[in-house]
Design a protein around this ligand. Structure first.
Ligand code: CMP
Length: 222
């Protein structure tokens, strides 16, 4: 739990108390954690793996966010009485989650309000991201949306590599399409275009951003 930004200010003794209240659950790749509309009384902390938050729009998924080690989710249904899960969650890699029940969570935040402030801060960051996404979908063309998504993934999941910044996620073109409100074929075409312009390298499911400024320029000109 020490690796969770949410708990970074807590002392070891307190963390041990919290860990006693948590249960650990292992999910296989592609497993559903919960569905939009479900009732929810659990908070999830990601110990390892990759989780996708999405809404299912009959014909295709809309991906809202991707979470990994150190992230948490499921706080909305937990904190808003009578409200159900606002989106669905599934693993896109084998994942281990730490689960905190509402009956344990509420006394915890009552005794340590800084945890609640941390959750609120993260939720507000997510609102800012969602606002950007609305702007993107409303105003920008697909090329700009894909450039912005690659920049966001670089910020959140980037690791330095020999020829640039590797986005440390294995995402299919369909998953990238679901994150940018477009079709898989369009993603394939545009990634190839960006590769030909030497802004990125994409082989298999690996994306390396080779020219960060070049990618940012796409946002400036649109
Ligand atoms: P909850 O509504 O309980 O279940 C779905 C979870 O997904 C939600 O809590 C949040 O933790 C997370 N979530 C919902 N919408 C977004 C979003 N737009 N960006 C990031 N995370 C989200």
């Amino acid at each position: 739990l020490r690796n969770f930004p949410l708990f970074e200010q807590l002392d070891d003794e307190y963390l041990t108390e919290i860990s006693k209240l948590c249960s650990k659950r292992v999910y296989t790749k592609g497993e559903s954690i919960f569905l939009e509309g479900d009732e929810g009384d659990e908070l999830y902390l990601v110990i390892s793996g990759v989780i996708q938050i999405y809404q299912d729009n009959h014909s295709r998924d809309v991906v809202l966010s991707i979470f990994r080690e150190g992230d948490f989710f499921g706080e909305m249904a937990l904190l808003q009485n009578e409200r159900v899960r606002s989106a669905s969650a599934r693993t896109i890699e084998k994942s281990t989650l730490c689960i905190l029940k509402k009956r344990h969570f509420i006394p915890l935040v009552n005794s340590k309000p800084e945890i609640l402030i941390g959750i609120l801060g993260t939720a507000l960051d997510r609102l800012r991201d969602a606002n950007k996404l609305i702007m993107d979908l409303t105003i920008h063309d697909v090329r700009t949306r894909i450039a912005r998504m690659l920049l966001r993934l670089t910020e959140q999941h980037g690791v330095p590599s020999a020829d640039g910044i590797l986005i440390d996620l294995k995402l299919t073109h369909q998953q990238l399409a679901d994150m940018t409100g477009t079709a898989r074929e369009t993603v394939t075409k545009l990634l190839l275009e960006l590769q030909n312009e030497q802004l990125i390298r994409n082989d298999q499911r690996k994306i390396i951003v080779c020219n960060l400024d070049g990618l940012r320029n796409i946002l400036d000109v649109n």
